[in-house]
Design a binder for this molecule. Sequence first.
Ligand SMILES: [Zn+2]
Length: 163
Amino acid sequence: MDKHRQSISDKLLKPEHHDPYLRPWHQRSDTLCPQCGAAYQAGRWTWHDLVDASNAEEATCPACQRIAENVPAGTVSLRGAFVKQHADELCGLVRNTEELEKSEHPLERLIAISDSADGLDVTTTGLHLAQRIGHALEAAYDGELQIHYNHEEYYVDIHWQRD
Ligand SMILES: [Zn+2]
């Protein structure tokens, strides 16, 4: 990969520059979230132990904050007759996708999976998880996938339909 492409992919991989919930965290000292155990260290949230936990502050991480305030960064709407018939299976895929994403990225989590009159509604704390769920649904079950970003608001709205 050349330098230019590297810097583009770095930008894509660093959405925290736009996430209002992450903005206050720039340049903070080491912090541990007492609710989920995620650690903020050297400008990043990870599941790793802090090098020096004795000096760490405690504060709620952006993901726990979004969950508590129910402010999703992503929504995935699953629609169509297929969704009603395979709700359990689809919930399983959504949860497995969260496990994979969350294990590497502590701020990418599910907020809720809820039944609606016409399908299932999934909310997430991060853009990447919502996007990954959309692609996982399409890869596993075809259907029709639509992704709408709102970069200004740091929000992604995903619609997946299979009749
Ligand atoms: Zn937390």
